[in-house]
Design a binder for this molecule. Sequence first.
Ligand code: GLU
Length: 444
Amino acid sequence: MKTELILQALEAKHPGEHEYLQAVKEVLLSIEEVYNEHPEFEKAALIERLVEPDRIFTFKVPWVDDRGNVQINLGYRVQFNNAIGPYKGGIRFHASVNLSSLKFLGFEQTFKNALTTLPMGGGKGGSDFNIRGKSNAEVMRFCQAFILELWRHIGPDTDVPAGDIGVGGREIGYMYGMYKKLARENTGTFTGKGLEYGGSLIRPEATGFGGIYFVVNMLKTKGLDIKGKTISISGFGNVAWGAALKATELGGKVVTISGPDGYVYDPQGISGEKIDYMLELRASGEDIVRPYAEKYGVEFFEGKRPWQQKVDIALPCAIQNELDEHDAQTLIDNGVTCVAEISNMGCTAEAVDLMVEKGILFAPGKAVNAGGVATSGLEMTQNAMHLQWSAEEVDAKLHQIMNNIHEQCVRYGTQANGYINYVKGANIAGFMKVAHAMMAQGIV
Ligand code: GLU
């Protein structure tokens, strides 16, 4: 494959879109071998078509703050690829949101969704709106203004948004309420909805639970158990919360959480009411974790990342590129066994290369965090059937899906020396499914 040429052309076309180019490069390098076995892919310019989103909507979002001032944010929806099913992926509200980050997320989502085995294409959206310090009324007005533009581009069989960083149950509720008013239908269209109006049980927990189910499978390949292992987690939002809940339930000990202000180290373990307190931290809208340290009398490390602590398992659960080569080296020096991204692209490319080179158990977000979107797929199914499954039923399906994704990674990623390269495994498995679906549907 002309990987280098394709990447160069892409860079020339989209200069400065670092995260997007980083995500594309990782996938192209992993699939090179299998791609070369299929000359028909090259003839169909499959890669060139796959790396560009189908379309992007960019719009302004004017809204009025509590003081009567007019505020303008930018809104986006990247409809990346619908070869397998309707565009599906979250909406992110965060100051860092721009086209590069949303294109990287939409690209990753396409392969992640393919891995779930459910019929979902890939998409992503968001805004540079910063939820921090905003009143409830401001959040509602913003969500309504955002949907006033987006609603005409989405629908239960076209594009189904969900939550992501800065978008939880409250924001989904406000967006869905406005969507329904404009679209005059009630068929789901968003996932991550409240239980009273079409949401699925276990959806809030799903990304974290699924991530831990995956980690348990990774450990099993080495004859290890999560029980008794120390775990560092970054972030303190929905994903970190779900991961802490399940890891603790299975006997692991979570010793860190983090925010933009720094991280807390709780050597006794973050369990029970301390996990509930994470929800309070998030609901405060302050975007800080220092109050945890004050409340429970533990150490707070200002402006630092949790990766400097010695642990058995490290789980990035916040934002992209928050674990770099230096952090990876520290973890390795401290004897880490397993690193798994429950966030999207939590590690830099250099960090991933280092961990793979050193033979650390490492798995990428598109496999590890796929439980969130998989359970969104299950929410869509329940909506289409007009019923609601029990928590046990959803959890069992989620567990099964995560086991299956792990199996796919093992099948496509096991090297001659026995090392499981999960990056390669996930990329090849996801790519082959999307590639076959695209080939079957012609040049469109
Ligand atoms: N934002 C989540 C992700 O990155 C969930 C997407 C969804 O449920 O559609 O996969």
